[in-house]
Design a protein around this ligand. Structure first.
Ligand code: HEM
Length: 141
């Protein structure tokens, strides 16, 4: 299972990060150009959230079967292992929580601008948090 999920998590990361970036950018553009919040905007925001949750699910399983996951929690002096076993999962979960909050808060907004603002703030913050704790060195090797 590890040999399937590890590359899946790695490849899926490109898609998730791209779509999250596009959803955040789309919301910022919506505020700047004072656009109407249409079905297209709803779909890209929802799509980004669903993809990010799928990555979270793969990450959760990987965490318990990877030698770089929970089994490395006792080796906090090693910065690479601290990243994959603690910082990456924890910060990414917080990022996902922010994205989910943004999604649910946008639904309560009446105005188009208000909807874009909630998505823009929460998705961008979530995206930046996730980006800040990607194990880049593992990814490119
Ligand atoms: C949107 C959220 C996430 C993104 C974009 C992401 C992305 C990545 C990337 C690019 C890697 C390096 C892949 C490689 O070594 O080739 C990685 C590794 C890893 N991720 Fe995530 N991840 C996310 C969420 C999570 C979560 C929530 C967990 C755990 C609860 C997790 C657990 C892990 C583990 C254990 C590794 C090391 C796997 C290994 O190489 O054995 N990830 N992640």
């Amino acid at each position: 299972m590890y040999t399937t999920l590890q590359p899946a998590h790695s490849i899926f990361a490109y898609i998730v990060l791209t779509v999250l970036f596009l959803a955040s950018l789309n919301a910022i553009m919506g505020i700047v150009s004072k656009k109407r919040f249409t079905d297209k905007d709803l779909r890209i925001s929802l799509f980004a959230m669903i993809l990010a949750h799928m990555q979270l699910l793969i990450g959760f399983i990987l965490y318990f079967i990877s030698p770089l996951g929970s089994s490395s929690l006792g080796q906090m002096k090693d910065s690479a292992l601290r990243l994959t076993s603690l910082e990456h999962p924890l910060i990414n979960i917080i990022g996902l929580v922010l994205i989910t909050i943004g999604w649910s808060k946008h639904k309560k907004e009446e105005s188009d601008n208000g909807k874009f603002k909630k998505i823009a703030v929460f998705y961008t913050l979530g995206f930046l948090l996730i980006l800040s704790r990607i194990p880049w060195t593992n990814w490119f090797n």
